[in-house]
Write a protein that binds this ligand. Structure first.
Ligand code: LLP
Length: 402
């Protein structure tokens, strides 16, 4: 049990708290499901990119799925071996491609023919052979929130099957490119297995037809997307997930690469915030807290639900909007949430905040970002200090006089 009260006192609020042991358990559960099969778990760094969190996954043997050269640098700095690093993303700049190739990472996930051309040219310039994988868009509806759905032709991600095939042939014919993998990721927070199975089936068929053309791939990269329980969602069991994927790979000798983010970190993270005021506008009840949309934007952006607990208050609950100090009506952590009467300084714990929480934060309203604390083996330690006003103006101050 994490002593949220003690942590809030010691490190102040708003505060992110991550249970590294819970992250390890999730990691092991997924790894065990693929036991006996060549697999690589490449942690999706974007879910929670704190260096100490990434380092923790490195210590468990994870690789990293990165979507910017900044994330690649984080992964390397946190001790993820270069041969376990993947670079994905729909819009890589030349300098990013160059640095990824210079770092000799496992492969680049290519998302367009234009990008393949750039990787080809930059590899030639550097005199290296670029290992690549192509992100296929299988046109499958993942049945999740539209903002985090990525596997339909209406989404910007990947290329369709025909284009992918032409790109593989182009790659095979280039001495600068080494096509080693195939990739798909149809969406995030997936709670249904069928769309994943269907997508895997389509992509595995493409692998077979490439083999006929003498293009032999090594890596079958199934992306991330495994959903977690925020409220009452039914989730996909890792074992069923593994069986569904492996079932599509009959007769193929491929290493399965996974890119889980949320599954590993979301429920291991908690966001602590303190009550500032209670107020009513007419009959509407508001609980104003010191955490806001700049700290945790998921409720505002996706209307996402996060379980919220008032650990030190009991009594009859009535519905309240839990809102932050930011000057936007969209600044809320929850709407119509049942809460007992709250007092100034009461603690609230917002759960399932370990993925896409801190990382999507901003400095809007000149608010410094929260501190982050890791708990491991019952011990807590600071892994990012709270941003100060000086931090926020550091890049502007020198221009005041000009
Ligand atoms: N691989 C690729 C290529 C991705 O685009 C993503 C997530 C992942 C892996 C990791 O997916 P996960 O296992 O975490 O579902 N901000 C949103 C989620 C955006 C996901 C973007 N891509 C949210 O807060 O729900």
């Amino acid at each position: 049990m994490i002593d949220f009260n003690a942590l809030a006192q010691e490190y102040q609020t708003p505060l992110y708290v991550y249970d590294l042991d819970a992250m390890s358990s999730q990691f092991e559960a997924l790894k065990t499901a693929f036991k006996g099969r060549k697999s690589l778990m490449a942690y999706a760094v974007k879910a929670n990119s704190n260096l100490s969190v990434v380092k923790h996954f490195a210590s468990l043997g994870a690789g990293a799925d990165c979507v910017s050269i900044g994330e690649v640098r984080r992964a390397l700095m946190a001790g993820i071996p270069k041969y376990k690093i993947i670079f994905s993303g729909v819009g890589k700049r030349d300098e990013e491609i160059r640095e990824a190739l210079q770092n000799d990472i496992l492969y680049i996930n290519v998302e367009s023919d234009g990008e393949l051309g750039r990787v080809d040219a930059i590899a030639a310039e550097l005199g290296v052979q670029a290992r690549i994988s192509i992100r296929v868009n299988p046109n499958i509806d993942p049945k999740t929130h539209p903002y985090i759905s990525t596997g339909l032709h209406a989404n910007k991600f990947g290329v369709d099957l025909d284009v992918a095939k032409r790109m593989y042939i182009r790659a095979k014919n280039s001495s600068n490119l080494d096509p080693v993998g195939i990739h798909f990721h149809i969406g995030s927070q997936l709670t249904e297995l069928d769309p994943i199975r269907e997508a895997a089936e389509i992509v595995a068929d493409l692998v077979r037809s490439l083999s006929v053309l003498d293009i032999e791939l090594k890596f079958f990269d199934i992306g991330g997307g495994l959903g977690i329980r925020y409220k009452e969602e039914t989730t996909i069991d890792p074992y069923d997930y593994a069986q569904a994927i492996l079932g599509t790979l009959r007769g193929l000798d491929l290493t399965v690469v996974m890119e889980p983010g949320r599954f590993l970190t979301a429920n291991a993270g908690h966001f602590l915030t303190r009550v500032l005021y209670e107020k009513r506008n007419g009959t509407k009840r508001f609980v104003v807290v010191d955490g806001a949309m700049n700290d945790l934007i998921r409720p505002s952006l996706y209307n996402a639900y996060h379980g919220i607990e008032a650990p030190f208050r009991t009594g009859e609950c009535t519905e309240a909007d839990i809102v932050g100090p930011v000057c936007e009506s969209g600044d809320f952590l929850a709407k119509n949430y049942p809460l007992p009467q709250m007092e100034h300084n009461d603690l609230l714990v917002v759960h399932s905040a370990g993925a896409y929480g801190f990382g999507m934060g901003s400095n809007y309203n000149t608010r410094g970002r929260a501190a982050e604390v890791a708990v491991e083996g019952g011990k807590a330690r600071l892994i990012r200090r709270r941003e100060s006003f000086e931090d926020l103006i550091a890049l502007e101050k020198e221009f005041l006089e000009s």
